[in-house]
Design a protein around this ligand. Structure first.
Ligand code: CTP
Length: 130
């Protein structure tokens, strides 16, 4: 079974590893689409702290991840799902319902987010340190 998930994974944290490990547990191969710097700017209105090359390096170093690629455009998701012959798409439940239309190509599963942690919060905490 081939599994795919997408995300920015900037300032890598425990919520990221939880979802990646859970996704990997569903099949034999986990493929991760890491948002390009430009795509992240479009989605979140900020340039990531870690550039896409470094974020890719971090994600590809994880033992639960088999393959990574740069997600250049939100519109290409269906294509990635077909190209990588994906059986299951996994996302955190902050995306609940938003990926349901991909169920014509593969199963879509939303996992609960790890509470009380996000890249945005970490950035805010670090900024507040005097
Ligand atoms: N995620 C999660 N639990 C968290 C944070 C993220 O399960 N506490 C999941 C998201 O639901 C997504 C993936 O990790 O499926 C990548 O999320 P990303 O947007 O890169 O991380 P966030 O910490 O949510 O980033 P931001 O605060 O910039 O939105």
């Amino acid at each position: 079974m081939n599994i795919i998930t997408f995300g920015t994974f900037d300032v890598f944290h425990v919520g990221h590893i939880h979802i990646l490990e859970r996704a990997a547990g569903l099949g034999s191969k986990l493929i991760v689409g890491v948002s390009s710097d430009q795509l992240n700017y479009k989605k979140k209105g900020r340039t990531p702290v870690y550039c896409e090359k470094d974020r890719l390096k971090i994600i590809s170093s994880l033992s639960c991840v088999d393959e990574v690629f740069v997600e250049e455009s939100l519109e290409l998701k269906a294509q990635y799902i077909k190209d990588y012959e994906i059986d299951i798409l996994v996302m955190g439940d902050d995306w609940e319902g938003k990926f349901d239309h991909f169920s014509e190509f593969c199963q879509v599963i939303y996992f609960p987010r790890t509470p009380s942690i996000s890249t945005t919060e970490i950035i805010e905490v670090v900024k507040a340190i005097e």
